[in-house]
Ligand binder design. Structure first.
Ligand SMILES: *Cc1c(COP(=O)(O)O)cnc(C)c1O
Length: 378
């Protein structure tokens, strides 16, 4: 039998979609370093360093801070299955795909979701959250998405967390797209449970989900009356692996080389400085906005709640949305994202996340869009 299989050589794309973002060669080469046993004494020290770097990125001193060995959705599920017991009420503010996904997770965990819907493309109204919590004093958890990648909308996380705390809720925040792209202050805002992802503004390959739990949240997990419905994501079990103080014991085999990549990306973030990373994302957004204005392209989201790292822009009248994406991918090796749900065909989602948030990507994107629109007679 002849072997027709070959080694892989994917094209080098410029990734300006909703994630993954471009991965720096330093991260890729860190991932190519020797695999060690995941209970190796050296690896134990490495895990402690990684946890400390994550605390830097999340602005927290939470002891329970570690990367879940699975993508962002698993971080979401970790937070929900551990905090929600059957019958628990969870107020979820929904203004896009990921808020909806939270509701599904609450239902699967046996919780009772109270859904507060906001039009896609608009932000979460804190007053309505406050009113809903007043009307439902037995809500245990307030959950929201900080950076809604499906629409490019930012939530006023500080205000929402303050309201949740005042109503005696645990505050759960999706920070998958926000971490390193816009300010995230887990301790400063009083967030009790947070999850992120590696492939957005941290610019790693997909597959890991940093999570962090406050002492209040850990106490809630420890006080559970019912077992956690997931074996793999059960924090009471995972903690024994990620907590170095009691001696590590086997839970699952950590994705050793993927963790090297996350470590390197966080080292690069520390070198740049977290605030500088936020400022770079904001500056590149301004440049993209100016370039797109020259093409007559408008934004979906009101200026005050726009995410710099995820630009939802309107497809001009008479333009074939999918043909533009195909054109820029084919001619410029540039990936941009499509709209989801009700916004499909109406918007593009242009990511400026992590390593992608640099001037060369902005210039390429504006030129490629100009060319694609011209190809349709614009
Ligand atoms: C990407 C994303 C997720 C899910 O992450 P995966 O790694 O795709 O599972 C969750 N929430 C938000 C806001 C995201 O952007």
């Amino acid at each position: 039998m002849s072997n027709s299989f070959r080694s892989l050589h994917p094209d080098q794309r410029v990734l300006m979609g909703p994630g993954p973002s471009n991965v720096h060669p330093r991260v890729l080469s860190a991932m190519a370093r020797p695999t060690v046993g995941h209970l190796d004494p050296w690896f134990s020290g490495f895990m402690e360093d990684l946890k400390e770097l994550l605390r830097m990125a999340l602005r927290t001193r939470n002891a329970l801070t570690f990367p879940v060995s699975a993508p962002g959705s698993a971080g979401m599920e970790t937070c929900i299955v551990n905090l929600v017991e059957p019958g628990d009420k969870v107020l979820v503010a929904v203004n896009g795909v990921f808020g909806k996904r939270m509701v599904e997770n609450v239902v699967n965990a046996g919780g009772v979701p109270i859904t507060l819907d906001f039009a896609w493309g608009t932000t979460i109204d804190p007053q309505q959250v406050e009113d809903a919590l007043k009307a439902n004093p037995d809500v245990k958890i307030l959950a929201f998405v900080h950076a809604e990648t499906s629409t490019g909308v930012r939530a006023d996380a500080a205000t929402l967390a303050e309201i949740g705390r005042r109503h005696d809720c645990l505050v759960l925040m999706d920070a998958v797209t926000s971490v390193a792209g816009i300010p995230v202050e887990v301790d400063g805002w009083g967030i009790d449970a947070v999850y992120s992802g590696t492939q957005k503004c941290l610019s790693c390959p997909p597959g890991l989900s940093p999570v962090s739990f406050s002492d209040r949240a850990v106490a809630a997990v420890k006080a559970r009356k019912t077992p956690v419905q997931s074996w793999f994501l059960d924090l009471t079990k995972v903690m024994a692996y990620w907590d170095g103080s009691g001696g590590r014991s086997y839970h699952h085999t950590a994705p050793v080389n993927a963790l090297y990549g996350l470590h390197e990306s966080l080292v690069m973030l520390a070198e740049e400085g977290l605030e500088n990373s936020w400022a770079r994302h904001a500056a590149m957004h301004e440049e993209l906005k100016a370039g797109l204005a020259g093409l007559g392209i408008e934004f979906l989201v009101a200026p005050e709640s726009r995410l710099p790292q995820l630009n939802a822009i309107k497809v001009p009248e008479g333009i074939d949305e999918a043909a533009v994406r195909a054109h820029v991918l084919d001619r410029f090796s540039l990936e941009i994202g499509a709209g989801l749900g009700a916004l499909a065909g109406k918007i593009w989602r242009v990511g400026l996340m992590g390593q992608t948030a640099q001037r060369s990507s902005v210039t390429l994107c504006v030129e490629a869009m100009r060319d694609a629109l011209a190809a349709q007679g614009r």
